[in-house]
Design a protein around this ligand. Structure first.
Ligand SMILES: CC(C)(COP(=O)(O)OP(=O)(O)OC[C@H]1O[C@@H](n2cnc3c(N)ncnc32)[C@H](O)[C@@H]1OP(=O)(O)O)[C@@H](O)C(=O)NCCC(=O)NCCS
Length: 162
């Protein structure tokens, strides 16, 4: 008898730019993901800046429309991508959502001639650092006490875009 085939745990992801109506769901994921979440106002302001891009990862949800599983906010400035924020909903972690969002930001940069992607991450944020290292980012510096509330250092990471 043949073994039943395991269903693929990775969701079929669709990526698109966020619009104002998406902000409440982004705030929800943000609150679950960070001790100091971005406010609704801050997220809305990012949508207005020409250089800022907010992408969503969505799972098509048969019969119920789409479900936002994660998002990334990045700036395209000169020849650099600057990743400001990336988060995956708690229930969708370790299913490739963060990776897909980072790949999409880098691809958007590449299409506009970016040669470098940069970001800052809390020294204690092991999951995020693991994601970035996996994607080819390397540590190039430390900003001491960058996160003032906890006096926590930021690790500065960069990746040359191929
Ligand atoms: C960091 C974060 C965005 C990762 O998102 P994710 O969708 O779970 O990541 P992915 O499934 O795409 O992971 C891709 C790879 O990154 C690494 N990785 C991701 N999370 C990890 C974890 N918790 N521990 C170790 N490695 C991890 C693994 O190499 C993983 O590949 P694998 O699952 O095949 O082993 C998510 O943990 C999150 O939202 N954290 C809270 C918000 C946050 O801290 N954002 C970063 C701000 S700088």
């Amino acid at each position: 008898m043949r073994r039943p085939v395991d269903p693929d745990p990775r969701p079929a992801l669709v990526l698109r730019r966020a619009v104002l109506e998406d902000v409440p769901r982004v705030v929800e994921i943000e609150r679950d993901g960070f001790a100091h979440p971005w406010s609704r106002e801050l997220l809305e302001r990012e949508l207005d800046h020409a250089w800022s891009h907010t992408l969503l990862a969505l799972e098509p949800d048969a019969g119920r429309g789409e479900r936002v599983l994660g998002y990334i906010v990045f700036w395209l400035v000169h020849d650099e991508v600057h990743v400001l924020n990336v988060a995956t909903a708690l229930e969708a972690r370790r299913r490739g959502v963060g990776r897909a969002l980072m790949d999409a930001a880098e691809e958007a940069g590449r299409l506009r001639g970016a040669r470098l992607s940069t970001l800052e991450v809390r020294r204690s944020n092991a999951p995020a650092i693991a994601l970035y290292v996996r994607l080819g980012y390397r540590q190039v510096g430390v900003r001491p006490n960058y996160y003032a509330e906890e006096r926590e250092d930021a690790i500065v990471m960069v990746k040359q875009l191929p």
